[in-house]
Design a protein. Structure first.
Length: 576
């Protein structure tokens, strides 16, 4: 059970709840309401629109011929994506595992390329090259004379530098033979970029396309997004020729639909964009039977699921941020109002204490003077049997008057807490003054309350009233945490010219380990039906404003020790 100061504990729980506009359950309910309302407005039109499209294409989705085309494209798409991703991963690992200097060591690229070609059953690397930020090839391993070549104006080089990695279209290049490049960028330790590039023959792409099951007039090939052949086609010719079909869409999935070729004849046309590359897998088949591909429903379902997930994610995130900000603002307002009320109460108590002290001091002065006069008169009389008894009585009255003066002096000291400022304070005397107000409760419960100080200077320049508030809160906490007959020890430690530390230790119930990190949080309390959870938060804030630190060490059933460390002078900061 976490301890909080008694002043906060005496606040009525209803007042604390009134300051917080909503309880924890209320904030959860608010979040649920926002999520449900926003999700309804966003998702209902989405589902209605998806349903309309689904009904529109329902008959066409049953066409088995288009399903077969879509399957063929999907399988080839996965094969090509795996082929490219596998090699891109190899390059990415290599450029991160080896530094620029290691890659450019004599023979290094040759060893690397041989090892990689032995690791891949298909799709051997033709060459490897390291290109600097200016586009010049600094290191090269391969069958061509490309060392020192500049790729500054090459599109694949610009794309690799811009996006970090790039798969190029098939091109002729300096070697004048169809090939494509895979490149990845990395930043050296000196902050300069460089690019690692590998090239492959265009034939490798054709080998990755599985043509099993194709009809006599069916055609499957790769193009780039502008329609230029990347692999040979039965119908449209060799690599790098233009295909007279509509440019493929950029949809990530597979598309199959009816189309008219360059002669106006109906064909079934399928597109599959190869992720992470400029390639598009194209399937062409003469249309002998009508129908629309089954992938329409899959596309709609994917759109619906992705949109639903995205919308719900945004709504959940937005509502959480919205409610969290409202709650933070409410807690900040509640804490501010509590501080205002707390200071108003302290001001009223201070004014009351000052008034009471002044009113009591006046009759005490009269009693003191009259008793002193009476004592003088008794002393002037001769020896009488009751003379010593009368003198003892007057001494008792004067001692009681002196005690009352001490109490009123302490009351006036606490009344001065409203005069915010800095003065030279003896921490030992200040603690004795605070303990003087609290010892009655300790005596009533047989609690030992002691103050010890090292034989060093414990003087600081700080605010009397705020320090009194800090120590009253912490000592009250300690008294409340121990059982009857317990012990509270207050000790002062200081070094010459260094900060002054006040340790308030008890042998009470202690604080669970999981709560130690939260006891200074506003509104955190484990006291059922009492306490606002602001006492230690306010105490922590006061100590910080005075330039000091406060820490806690506790073990369950063994006790707790709070340590307040204060700087010697105004403007100094102590970092514990």
């Amino acid at each position: 059970m976490t301890r909080h100061d008694h002043s906060a504990e005496r606040e009525h729980s209803d007042d604390a709840e009134a300051r917080l506009l909503l309880s924890a359950t209320g904030y959860q309910q608010l979040r649920r309401t926002v999520v449900m309302a926003t999700a309804s407005v966003a998702l209902i039109p989405l589902f209605v629109l998806t349903l309309v499209h689904y009904n529109h294409y329902q008959e066409t989705l049953e066409d088995t011929q288009l399903q077969g085309i879509s399957r063929l494209l999907t399988n080839n798409k996965r094969s090509l994506e795996f082929f490219l991703a596998e090699r891109m991963s190899a390059l990415s690992y290599l450029i991160r595992d080896r530094s620029y200097q290691e890659l450019c060591e004599p023979g290094a690229l040759g060893r690397i390329m041989r090892n990689m070609n032995q690791s891949f059953a298909l799709g051997a690397f033709v060459d490897l090259g390291v290109i600097d930020a200016a586009g010049a090839q600094r290191c090269y391993e391969g069958p061509f004379d490309l060392s020192g070549r500049s790729y500054r104006d090459q599109e694949w080089f610009r794309q690799a530098r811009r996006h970090g990695r790039h798969v190029s279209e098939v091109f002729l290049g300096f070697r004048n033979s169809p090939h494509f490049a895979i490149a990845t960028r990395h930043t050296r330790q000196d902050g300069v970029d460089f690019v690692l590039r590998a090239t492959f023959d265009a034939e490798m792409l054709r080998q990755q396309i599985h043509s099993a099951g194709l009809g006599l007039h069916d055609d499957i090939f790769l193009t780039d997004r502008s329609g230029t052949l990347q692999t040979p086609s039965r119908k449209y010719g060799e690599v790098l020729k233009q295909v007279p079909l509509d440019p493929p869409h950029n949809a990530p999935g597979v598309e199959v639909f009816r189309h008219a070729d360059e002669l106006g004849q109906a064909i079934l046309l399928g597109y599959a964009n190869i992720a992470g590359s400029p390639f598009v897998l194209v399937f062409v088949k003469p249309a002998r039977e009508g129908g629309v591909g089954w992938q329409v429903s899959a596309r709609l379902l994917g759109f619906l699921c992705a949109s639903t997930v995205l919308i719900l994610a945004v709504i959940l995130w937005g509502s959480s941020q919205f409610v969290r900000r409202i709650r933070a603002e409410n807690e900040r307002r509640a804490k501010l109002m509590h501080n205002v009320e707390y200071n108003n109460k302290l001001a009223s108590i201070g004014r009351l204490a000052a008034g009471v002290a002044h009113e009591i001091n006046n009759p005490l002065a009269v009693i003191n003077e009259k008793t002193g006069l009476l004592q003088d008169l008794i002393s002037m009389r001769g020896e009488e049997p009751a003379r010593s008894k009368y003198l003892a009585l007057t001494d008792s009255v004067l001692a009681s008057v002196s005690r009352c003066k001490t109490i009123t002096h302490r009351l006036l000291g606490f009344a001065k807490r409203m005069d915010i400022g800095h003065e030279e304070l003896d921490i030992s005397a200040l603690l004795e003054e605070v303990v003087g107000f609290l010892h009655k409760e300790a005596e009533y419960r047989s609690i030992t309350l002691s103050v010890s100080c090292q034989d060093v200077d414990a003087t600081v320049v700080s605010d009397r009233g705020q320090l009194q508030q800090v120590f009253v809160n912490l000592i009250n906490n300690a008294i409340g945490a121990v059982s009857d007959g317990g012990e509270v020890k207050i000790s002062i430690k200081a070094t010459e010219g260094g900060p002054v530390s006040v340790l308030i230790a008890d042998n009470g119930i202690g604080i669970p380990k999981e709560n130690l990190g939260r006891i200074f949080e506003p509104f955190f309390t484990t006291k059922e039906g009492s306490g606002t959870g602001l006492g230690l938060s306010i105490t922590h804030g006061i100590v910080q404003r005075l330039g000091g630190t406060i820490s806690v060490d506790s073990q369950v059933s063994q006790g707790t020790c709070f340590t307040v460390t204060l700087p010697r002078a105004v403007g100094e900061q102590h970092h514990g």
